[in-house]
Ligand binder design. Structure first.
Ligand SMILES: [Cu+2]
Length: 94
């Protein structure tokens, strides 16, 4: 009985750590901005910018952006590296 519990605990730990790898790199939301670029908000709340050609772009944290529908949003972080690694990032224009 005790041995069975240990096995269950061990396998759930493996599942948890597999989930943790890269989990924060998942995009929670992507918002289109007035200038045609996109801000990606990651699960940990940090943001990264992508220009309208699908390239990761630098934007200093604290910069205020305007969304397509006129809302103001403040840049939290500047995760260009994470934007670069996004698998479903829009493709560069030909
Ligand atoms: Cu930005």
């Amino acid at each position: 009985m005790f041995k069975k519990l240990l096995v269950a605990a061990a396998s759930s730990m493996i599942a948890l750590s597999a989930f943790a790898v890269g989990a924060n790199d998942e995009v929670l939301n992507s918002i289109e901005l007035k200038d045609g670029s996109t801000v990606h908000i990651f699960k940990d709340g940090k943001m990264g910018m992508e220009d309208r050609f699908g390239r990761a772009v630098y934007m200093a944290a604290g910069h205020v952006m305007e969304t397509k529908d006129g809302k103001k949003i403040t840049m939290n972080g500047n995760e260009t590296g994470r934007v670069d690694r996004l698998p479903n990032k829009s493709q560069p224009a030909p």
